[in-house]
Design a protein around this ligand. Structure first.
Ligand code: SAH
Ligand code: MG
Length: 228
C-alpha cells in the first residue's frame, strides 16, 4: 500500500478520475486539440471539472452566468448547458484570437444565442456588465483569467451574485507546474491568498476549495435569505 503522493500517483489518479467521470461529446472532446493547433494555450479546465461546473450550475436552477476568461469556450459550453434552456452566459475575453475561436465553438455547440462574448479586459468589462445585469442577478460567476486580479474580480462580482448563487474560481491553489499557493515568493500567492480569505471570511457566503491536484476550484455560495 503506497503511503506518499508521488507525481506518478497523482498522474494515475487523475487519469483514473478522467477516464471514469470525464466523458464528453465529440465536439468538446476535440475542442482543445483544435484550439492548440490554432495556437491557443492548452489551459482549459479538464473534462471532469467541466462536468462539475455544469452540475453546480444546474443545481442553482439559474438563468444567468458570467465567466472571466473564455479561452476557446470549453468551460463556457459546460456552464451554459447547466443553465435553464432560456439562460444566458456572459463571458469575457481580452484576447481577440481566443474570442474569435470561442465564437466558432459556441456556434458548433449550438449555444450561440445563449452566449455573449464580451471582448475586453475583465476589469474594464465587469463594471459595464454590472450596470446591465444589476445587483443580485447572477446565478453563477466563474473566474478563470489573470490570477493576480482575482481579488479585484471579487470586488466587482460579489454584488452581482444572487441569493443562492455561486462564485466558482479556478486555480485557487495554483496553475499546475507554473505556480502553487505554497510558493510565498510568487506574486500570485499574495493575491490568491487574499481572494481565498475574502470569500472564506465573507459572512454572506459559504465556501470551500476542492483541491484538484495542484490547481483547486473554489466553490462559494451566497446564502439564500439568511439561511445556508
Ligand atoms: N475558462 C477557460 C480557460 C481560460 S484561460 C476554460 O477553462 O476553458 C484564461 C483566459 O483569460 C485566456 O483566454 C486569456 O486570454 C484570458 N485573459 C487574460 N487576461 C485577461 C483579462 N485581463 N481579462 C479577460 N480575459 C483575460
Ligand atoms: Mg484555469
Amino acid at each position: 500500500m503506497p503511503t506518499s503522493f508521488t507525481d506518478e500517483r497523482w498522474d494515475s489518479i487523475s487519469a483514473y478520475t478522467r477516464e471514469t467521470f470525464g466523458r464528453e461529446d465529440d465536439h468538446l472532446a476535440g475542442l482543445m486539440t483544435n484550439a492548440v493547433a490554432q495556437g491557443l494555450p492548452d489551459i482549459s479546465v479538464s473534462a471532469e471539472i467541466g462536468r462539475l461546473l455544469m452540475m453546480l450550475t444546474s443545481m442553482t436552477r439559474g438563468r444567468t452566468a458570467i465567466e472571466v476568461g473564455t479561452l476557446g469556450g470549453y468551460s463556457g459550453i459546460w456552464i451554459v448547458r447547466g443553465l435553464r434552456p432560456d439562460g444566458h452566459l456572459h463571458t469575457i475575453e481580452s484576447e481577440p484570437k481566443h474570442a474569435a475561436f470561442a465564437s466558432e465553438q459556441f456556434e458548433l455547440a449550438g449555444v450561440t444565442n445563449r452566449v455573449t462574448i464580451h471582448r475586453g479586459k475583465g476589469l474594464d468589462v465587469l463594471p459595464t456588465l454590472a450596470g446591465q445585469l444589476g445587483e443580485r442577478s447572477v446565478d453563477v460567476a466563474f473566474v478563470d483569467a489573470v490570477k493576480a486580479e482575482y481579488p479585484d474580480y471579487w470586488t466587482h462580482v460579489r454584488p452581482l451574485i444572487a441569493p443562492g448563487g455561486l462564485i466558482l474560481a479556478d486555480n485557487v491553489l495554483g496553475t499546475g507546474s507554473a505556480w502553487s499557493i505554497d510558493d510565498e515568493s510568487h506574486p500570485n500567492t499574495e493575491a490568491m491568498t487574499r481572494f481565498n480569505r475574502a470569500v472564506a471570511d465573507d459572512p454572506d457566503f459559504e465556501a470551500v476549495i476542492i483541491p484538484f491536484r495542484l490547481q483547486g476550484l473554489l466553490v462559494g455560495r451566497r446564502s439564500a435569505s439568511g439561511v445556508v
